[in-house]
Design a protein. Structure first.
Ligand SMILES: O=C(O)CCC(=O)C(=O)O
Length: 385
């Protein structure tokens, strides 16, 4: 259905993922990009099997049920995050191939009209070697209860744009810093508050201008397993839930990887959990160096070469595990030879025993890890351990 507003004539385009076979992927991707470019939003129907949504809900149920309504502000809504750490089923959505391809076009390649990648004096469309890195920005269940969004339980956010959170004013930059994605974990209906969208609002000038807020909205109704995608410039907001049941959505946002994340993914999914994840997901949540020296750890190590390695502990000298050159590098945590190893090991074992006697298990555990690093450290005399 077409809608004419101050931004022109627009429609909420719907693409059916179930109808795509892999040979049509390029055509599907072009249609999705075109829909967002022209109208600011696209719905991908049947993007995931509804059973995955049910699995995700059951993994998140304890966290949802333990969260008060309106914890984040006003409203009859519960918002619950840290999905990558808490729900393995969410990984299917976070890394959904069609969604990631669209996000890559919009963020890495800045393919929407009027945008360009701009790196060190060069400006133009993204291409191999000339792209921005992107990463996960936020993962959040948005569970709107009956009455959520009404005058008694107003939403914390009514119609809004998402790009205002960084200090820099990006509206004149010809840049899309963020893509927002809303998965329907339950059916989204007009009655239960399906997201309202202002079609074409991403084209306002200036880009965060006020004109969209008085324009008619369209509700993005969707079946469970479908997904609505828009740019951070597109005006949107949750509807009022006038039904008797809950509307369960999952907001997964992506942004340029050199901007701070809204939900700090490295804290929401700390190294001891991230170590167990596939590399693609580790990188997506930010355990990587997106450009230059960004995100280095301690002795200028990449996350994969430090916090993601087993037993890494930032308080252990030499935990980076890199060999030292005797004479050039000075005293080393790594043992000079077998005798030095045994001396260091004996001292650590004594310290561990003393910590256990003091009932300081935290210290004992730390020393145990130190011993583990010592055992793996190279002997500086070149003899193998
Ligand atoms: O729940 C919705 O439909 C949209 C909510 C939203 O965009 C937000 O609160 O940031």
């Amino acid at each position: 259905m077409q809608v004419t507003n101050t931004f022109g004539t627009h429609e909420l385009r719907r693409l059916d993922y179930a109808a795509v076979d892999s040979d049509d992927a390029a055509e599907f991707d072009a249609a999705a990009l075109n829909a967002v470019d022209q109208h600011g939003f696209v719905v991908i129907e049947n993007a995931i099997d509804p059973t995955v949504c049910d699995e995700l809900i059951s993994q998140m149920r304890p966290y949802i049920d333990a969260t008060p309504h309106g914890l984040h502000g006003l409203g009859g809504t519960r918002r619950v995050g840290a999905l990558v750490a808490r729900s393995p089923a969410s990984h299917n959505m976070v890394t959904h191939p069609a969604v990631l391809r669209l996000v890559r076009s919009i963020l890495s390649e800045q393919r929407l009209s009027g945008n360009a990648v701009s790196i060190r004096g060069q400006r133009g469309p993204g291409r191999k070697g000339f792209r921005y890195p992107f990463q996960l920005h936020l993962t959040q269940i948005i569970d709107v209860g009956p009455g959520g969004g009404s005058d008694e339980h107003p939403h914390a956010l009514s119609l809004h744009r998402a790009n205002g959170m960084w200090i820099h004013d990006f509206q004149h930059a010809g840049l899309d810093p963020q893509v927002e994605v809303m998965w329907a974990l339950s059916d989204f209906t007009a009655e239960n508050g399906a997201t309202h969208v202002v079609l074409g609002s991403h084209r306002d000038q200036p880009r965060d201008g006020p004109r969209a807020y008085s324009e008619p909205t369209v509700q993005a109704t969707m079946k469970q397993g479908s997904v609505l995608i828009w740019t951070g410039w597109s005006v949107h907001g949750a509807g009022i839930n006038r039904s008797a049941s809950r509307r369960l959505g999952m907001n997964i946002n992506y942004a340029l990887a050199f901007l701070a994340q809204e939900e700090n993914q490295l804290l929401a999914c700390p190294p001891e959990l991230a170590r167990e994840l596939p590399v693609e997901l580790q990188r997506l949540i930010g355990y990587r160096q997106p450009s230059g020296s960004l995100n280095y750890v301690a002795e200028c190590q990449a996350p994969a070469d430090s916090v993601l390695t087993p037993d890494f502990d930032v308080l252990i000298p030499g935990a980076h595990g890199h060999p030292m050159v005797q004479g050039l590098d000075g005293p080393s945590f790594a043992p000079v030879n077998q005798a030095d190893f045994e001396e260091k090991l004996a001292a650590l074992e004594n310290a561990k025993r003393a910590a256990i006697e003091r009932d300081n298990l935290e210290a004992a555990l730390r020393i145990k890890k130190t011993i583990s690093v010592l055992r793996r450290a190279p002997r500086l005399d070149g003899q193998s351990p």
